[in-house]
Design a protein around this ligand. Structure first.
Ligand code: ATP
Length: 365
């Protein structure tokens, strides 16, 4: 017998000033379908927003339009309440007070770390400039490397230099385009946490582009999931993961299985048990229920109707593939100490934060 337990998800309240607003922004490079279409979202002071999506979905174009490198074909972009991009207005990038960190860091090879960091500070007095550079070098742990040239830095140190340079003029907004793509996995992990610490410590609002959902989840206050130039969902990482608005989002941000269900008498009947119908669901009675591996738990039961079909060891967890009596397969994430042999008969318990259902007729992916 399958057991279904439902928890309720909480979202934190927010009342900070809005720094960035995109309202119905469309950007086109040439005739044909726009690279970005009808994009609307906003960022509050100190928030980290991650633009997440597959290659070619419009992440970089969105970032470049915020920076002022791409004009908007329609819609508006506002920074601290002032319109910086619209059909009849385009504030140039250097007047937006936006800091940028690119994939390749774009450091000046003929300048030392100190001079790279001070590059955008030309208009301040020599004394203020020196103090600000020292502050940034110390904040990013680069003080000892100040006289070095970029070619004599590791990838992580180059990244920190680029970050210090972008933060030095106290930008209104920081834009980061896949800032970790040139680093090895261990350095990436460390740099993510370091970057987040710096952004939060300086209360810098940031928009970061990534195609890696784990990165978005680790860094973001809010994630914007893009699909073919359109915003598919804008929400906290927890909501994106547990309450995706479409099968596309569900699958892009982690492993998801979909089992058929039928709505009857305000309940979703499935082979894994009965789930409550989500409040807000307005579709037809034939649905697909999304199940995440972390919601599914295996119980030893020689008479169970599930069969262990696959096992993937991932260090801290094992992902088991369980074939149900119907032939459908669902996956379960278990602690790596819980061992079930292949072909073992088991039963499943589903402990979901919320039921996620998609109308099967509307699901055309
Ligand atoms: P990736 O993750 O691969 O960098 P992305 O999500 O950042 O992709 P964009 O670079 O914004 O996507 O591209 C969105 C669309 O616009 C794509 O179809 C791309 O081919 C097109 N595009 C991007 N830059 C240009 C350009 N300079 N001229 C014409 N089309 C472009």
């Amino acid at each position: 017998m399958t057991k279904v337990v439902i928890f309720v998800l909480m979202t934190p309240p927010d009342d900070k000033p809005i720094v960035l607003e995109l309202q119905n922004v469309t950007c086109s490079y040439e005739a044909g379908s726009p690279a970005v279409e009808g994009m609307s979202f906003s960022a509050q002071k100190g928030d980290v927003i991650c633009l997440l999506g597959p290659s070619g979905c419009g992440k970089t174009t969105t970032l470049r339009s915020i920076a002022g490198f791409e004009p908007v074909a329609s819609g508006e972009i506002r920074l601290n309440g002032a319109v910086v991009s619209a059909t009849n207005r385009h504030v140039p990038p250097e007047r937006r007070r936006v800091g940028m960190v690119f994939q390749d860091y774009a450091l000046f090879p003929h300048l030392t770390v100190r001079d790279n960091v001070g590059f955008g500070l030309a208009t301040t007095t020599a004394d203020d400039r020196r103090k600000r550079i020292d502050e940034m070098l110390s904040l990013t742990g680069l003080s000892a490397l100040a006289p070095r040239y970029p070619h004599a830095l590791s990838g992580g140190q180059q990244q920190r230099t680029a970050l210090a340079r972008a933060l030095a003029p106290q930008p209104v907004l920081m834009l980061l385009d896949e800032p970790f793509s040139n680093l090895d996995p261990d350095t990436t992990e460390r740099m993510r946490m370091e970057l987040l610490r710096l952004l939060k410590m300086t209360q810098t609002t940031a928009v970061l582009v990534t195609h890696d959902h784990k990165e978005a989840f680790a860094m973001a206050d809010y994630v914007a999931v893009l699909n073919s130039g359109k915003l598919e969902q804008f929400a906290t990482p927890e909501t994106i993961y547990h309450l995706p608005v479409s099968p596309f989002v569900a699958e892009f941000v982690g492993q998801a299985d979909f089992i058929p269900g039928t709505i009857r008498d305000a309940a979703v009947l499935t082979q894994l048990g009965t789930f409550p119908v989500p409040s807000g669901y307005r579709g037809g009675p034939d649905v697909s229920v999304m199940i995440r591996p972390d919601d599914v738990h295996i119980r030893e039961n020689g008479d169970g109707d599930g069969t262990v079909e696959s096992r993937q060891f991932r260090g801290s967890e094992i992902i088991y593939g369980i074939r149900l009596g119907s032939g459908d397969v669902v996956h379960s994430s278990e602690a790596s100490t819980r061992f079930f042999p292949l072909d073992a008969k088991v039963e499943l318990e589903v402990m979901a934060t919320h039921t996620v259902v998609f109308d099967r007729k509307a699901w055309t992916t």
